[in-house]
Design a protein around this ligand. Structure first.
Ligand SMILES: [Zn+2]
Length: 338
């Protein structure tokens, strides 16, 4: 089969790779229906994560079950399935507590920009749709496997409540999906922080009521101005930089919450500041598996369409161009079709 391999920063190639095989009874092999490039894939692409040897890429997937190990009974060959970037047995204590992305048997997906993918912990990870969904719904279901699930967790962790005011920091695919989540959870006012016109438009379409273009101290001042001087009830941090985290913590009101889902890169939280802010803080890799059945229903019923975050579609063999377009901000998110 063929798939994407990163050799060095800026150097992604489409290559012939060994076909994945069942290694454990709990594995399944899927044939990829669609996959994509994630904002977090840009960290190694930009050389901002320690250089490693050449390795495959990709952690988002929906596809058709090809083969299952002897311990997998929840899905069967031919079914269309959605999973998560973090696999989970869905039975251990952490899974039962709803934090499947901290599963005691967790394995992170890392080979999904390929024609076939091995899914560890398939029994607990994969959720089959009732029938093969219409192809136009595949992008939305793919979004559910990562960015929509992550945006949902940001809103959940920030405890967005009906009638509340939510601020979304970050206008990447996760931030835009976080707007959808805040709206679904009943936020009355959703302030999206974005400087890019096409992303502002999508944020509004997804439910943002206000757009703030300022950043840094000006951004914090603008949020205060829009929230009666005290800050927002819920802030959804969807970037992972020190600046974004500072923006998030200082935009929440005393007693408000920050949900942070951007993978932190050189983020340090000041203990004194956090203590006196009275702000609650929860983040981490999203327990997407907890939300899958519900979010799959949301997409299949047409209630939400997070697939709109894909504004560039390429054949999988042009994966290198998919990275380049996102790196140069010509695309929000690239959909790849095998
Ligand atoms: Zn588990």
């Amino acid at each position: 089969m063929r798939g994407a391999v990163i050799h060095a920063p800026g150097d992604v190639r489409f290559e012939t790779l060994a076909d994945p095989k069942i290694l454990k009874p709990t594995d399944a092999i899927i044939r990829t229906a669609v996959t994509c490039v994630c904002g977090s894939d840009l960290w190694p692409y930009r050389g901002l994560e320690p250089a490693q040897e050449a390795h495959p890429m990709g952690h988002e997937y929906v596809g058709f079950v090809e083969e299952v190990g002897s311990g997998v009974t929840a899905v069967r060959p031919g079914q269309f399935v959605v999973g998560s970037f973090a696999t989970s047995d869905n039975t251990c204590a952490n899974c039962r507590n709803g934090f499947q992305s901290s599963c005691l048997n967790r394995e992170f997906m890392s080979t999904c920009q390929a024609e076939y993918v091995r899914i560890p912990n398939a029994q607990g990870t994969l959720v089959a749709t009732g029938q093969v969904p219409d192809e136009q719904l595949w992008p939305g279901l793919l979004a559910v496997s990562d960015v929509m699930g992550t945006g949902w967790y940001a809103a959940d962790a920030a405890e967005v409540k009906p009638g509340s005011t939510a601020v979304v920091v970050g206008d990447g695919a996760v931030g835009l999906c976080a707007v959808i989540a805040a709206k679904e959870m009943g936020a009355e006012r959703i302030i999206a922080m974005s400087r890019h016109e096409p992303r502002q438009r999508l944020a509004r379409e997804f439910g943002a009521t206000d757009i703030v273009t300022e950043r840094g101290e000006e951004g914090i001042a603008r949020i205060k101005e829009l929230t009666g001087g005290i800050g927002a009830d819920a802030v959804l941090e969807c970037v992972g930089t020190a600046e974004a985290m500072r923006q998030a913590l200082r935009s929440a009101r005393p007693g408000g919450n920050v949900g942070f889902v951007g993978v932190p890169h050189e983020v340090a939280v000041d203990g004194q500041e956090l203590f006196f802010s009275h702000v609650g803080l929860r983040g981490g890799p999203a327990p997407v598996r907890r939300y899958l059945p519900d979010l799959i229903d949301h997409v299949l019923s047409g209630r939400i369409n997070p697939g709109k975050v894909f504004d560039l579609t390429l054949p999988l063999e042009q994966v290198a161009e998919g990275y380049k377009a996102m790196d140069e901000r010509r695309a929000i998110k690239t959909l790849l079709k095998p």
